[in-house]
Write a new protein. Sequence first.
Length: 95
Amino acid sequence: MKKKNKSKEHFAKLSNEILNHFDFEKVQKAMCALDWKWLSSDSTPTLEELKETATYLMNEAYKENTKISTGGFTASYKKENLELCFHVCQWNTLY
């Protein structure tokens, strides 16, 4: 039980670090420039919506120890490392 609490504390520290340093303003500017809207809205997401979505994805990635994506964001948690990315364009040849 103690190890799980330590892991949760570690995750909280990592997610707070990302939320404090990730450039959500830059993401929003890129989305505005591309007229990028999410399905749930008629306008570009607000900074608060971007942060809420990022937080949700990081929590889900942590719970499942995996990678999860939506709305241009990808969050991954593996080997006690947390990552948040925003992708404008991506392609791969994996089938």
